[in-house]
Write a new protein. Structure first.
Length: 567
């Protein structure tokens, strides 16, 4: 279906990005779409870059693949000078700092954590399209500030921002929506420019984003939305899965397509995922693709380190033992031949990473924490790219690959890595990743072409794979996948998190657990600790919901050496 409203309900690992890009490419190839009149909207700059990259690979150029904010900002930048006779306002670079200045005006002294919570509350209010008074009427306090003080701080923040002729991130969407509503000629121009819309991760749209989308569409219905209600994990930031679930009701002539064949995970991993989400609104019943089952079996026979039991749960006495047990199991897997970049350790909260990093370093395992600086923003990578661009100008005395090695050696790179853990190892891994990109470059690549490719990768946030074990929160892991996943901290108070109370909050935690489970392609290990030295913990209620029919419990000692056939 290339025309009319279409909703694609796409479960984890079902190839939704491929569906999006091939649908657009087919529309362009058949003449149904003009590339310049297609807008593909998603939620992160990295996802937008991936869409652009995949479309380029399909021979499609000129499609506007952007985030909601990037699209709105481009429209503001174009139309604001025409309407106001002046450049569009600057964007606030630090909301917390501006809030601190607003608090000073009111002679209030919030701490940094409270300021962050206030900033989040302002963001939620705006994307939910609520006024300051409407939120104040709900009586919600933040830290030691009551609802009235929160409202006063919000007003002072808005006043300070307006006095400085600035917009914050959410104002960009509000201002764009307001411009389209108030200026018919602007709406007409946008409607003329963009005729066909695709929205990825539609389960994550907020009321404000939905309103902006409706204004972009006008009275037309050429809209394709793609999403999975089971992966709605940003409700706290205003995401509303009901826009996806109610799509067919709001669009009487909509075509609804369900993608439930999973091309990523082994059947036993999908059994865990399906058991976890059974009966939840919009849950899809994932089934492994026949070719995936065949490929998994063939791979398992061809590679000795493949595991026999791909979904197990392990209990430990305390957090330290859990971290050591996971680190030892990972070290054994790497020693057996599993590449470290094929392994991830996922957890609910950032605070859980420290003890895991320490245990992995002690086991001699290099690890990278996802969610830090982007690869091309790392100082050592920026330095390497600059040096390579400079070297591209000079005549080459050696082969391309030898020249790249010389440049990196001049920056301190060596063939032998430092010990795992610490800044030196992190810098070495980053430079080694740059060298691998050179090693993987097509034959005949020049230094100039390689430097240009690095620049394009940085622009599209197309980061190379670091050959380290990945540590990540469940939120940051969304959209990624690894052959082997350890989901740690599966106990009450951690997953679900202690402050999640009420049905909706617990349901969001369940969806987070589902995201974690479905990141695993081949092997899934869930762990929890009793924390026996303190008050003690209970296993997560989600483990009970999954049940013994989908998960097999093993002892910590069985984690090491778990091989196909029990060898």
């Amino acid at each position: 279906m290339l025309r009319g409203p279409v909703a694609v309900l796409a479960g984890a690992g079902t190839g939704k990005t491929r569906v999006i890009t091939h649908r657009i490419a087919h529309g362009v190839e058949t003449g149904a779409y003009s590339p310049a009149r297609v807008m593909a909207v998603t939620f992160t700059a990295k996802a937008a870059g991936e869409l652009r990259g995949r479309l380029r690979a399909l021979g499609v150029q000129g499609v506007a693949a952007r985030t909601f904010h990037a699209a709105a900002l481009a429209q503001l930048g174009f139309f604001w000078p025409q309407l106001a006779g002046a450049p569009a306002p600057a964007i606030v670079d630090n909301k917390v700092r501006l809030l601190a200045q607003a608090a000073d005006m009111l002679r209030l002294r919030p701490d940094t954590a409270t300021l962050r919570d206030l900033a989040s509350a302002i963001e939620w209010r705006k994307v939910s399209m609520l006024s300051i008074d409407e939120v104040a009427a709900r009586g919600r306090s933040i830290g030691r500030f009551d609802a009235q003080q929160v409202a006063d701080l919000s007003r002072a923040y808005e006043t300070l921002k307006d006095d400085r002729h600035q917009l914050d991130f959410e104002d960009v969407l509000l201002a764009c929506a307001g411009m389209l509503e108030a200026e018919p000629r602007v709406a007409a121009a946008v409607h003329e420019q963009y005729r066909h819309f695709t929205v990825d991760e539609y389960q994550d749209v907020s009321p404000l984003q939905q309103r902006l989308l409706e204004l972009w569409l006008g009275d037309r219905g050429d809209l394709c939305v793609v999403g999975d209600a089971s992966q709605t994990i940003y409700s706290f930031a205003g995401a509303d899965q009901n826009y996806l679930l109610d799509f067919a009701r709001r669009h009487a002539d909509a075509t609804v397509v369900r993608l439930e064949t999973n091309y990523r995970s082994a059947g036993s991993v999908l059994d865990v995922a399906n058991a976890l989400m059974k009966g939840r609104p919009g849950a899809l019943e994932l089934v492994p693709a026949p070719e995936r089952r065949t490929a998994t079996a063939a791979s398992a026979q061809a590679t000795a380190p493949a595991v026999a039991d791909s979904a197990v749960v392990v209990a430990f006495d305390d957090d330290a033992e859990e971290a050591r047990g996971v680190a030892a199991a990972i070290a054994a897997r790497i020693a057996a031949g599993v590449p470290p970049e094929e392994i991830a350790v996922l957890y609910r909260a950032h605070s859980q990473s420290a003890i895991l990093l320490q245990a992995l370093a002690a086991a001699g395992v290099a690890a990278t924490v996802l969610g830090g600086k982007r690869f091309f923003d790392l100082p050592e990578v920026r330095q390497a790219v600059q040096a390579l661009r400079a070297a591209a100008v000079a005549p080459q005395q050696h082969s391309f690959l030898a020249a790249v090695r010389d440049v990196l050696r001049g920056l301190g790179f060596s063939d032998d890595p430092p010990e795992a853990g610490g800044a030196l190892r992190d810098a070495w891994e980053a430079r080694r990743a740059v060298l691998r990109l050179a090693e993987d470059a097509p034959a005949g690549t020049t230094m100039r072409e390689f430097a240009d490719d690095l620049f394009a990768r940085a622009k599209d946030q197309h980061d190379p794979v670091m050959r380290t074990v990945t540590l990540s929160t469940l939120h940051a892991a969304k959209g990624l996948e690894w052959p082997e996943v350890y989901l740690v901290g599966c106990s009450e108070g951690l997953l679900p998190i202690s402050y999640a109370t009420g049905f909706e909050a617990i349901d969001e935690e369940r969806r987070l657990a589902y995201v974690g489970v479905t990141r695993a392609a081949r092997a899934l290990t869930l762990t929890w600790s009793r924390d026996a030295d303190r008050a003690g913990r209970r296993p997560s209620r989600f483990l009970a919901e999954i049940g013994r029919g989908s998960l097999r419990e093993i002892r910590p000692s069985e984690m090491i050496g778990r091989r196909r056939g029990g060898s």
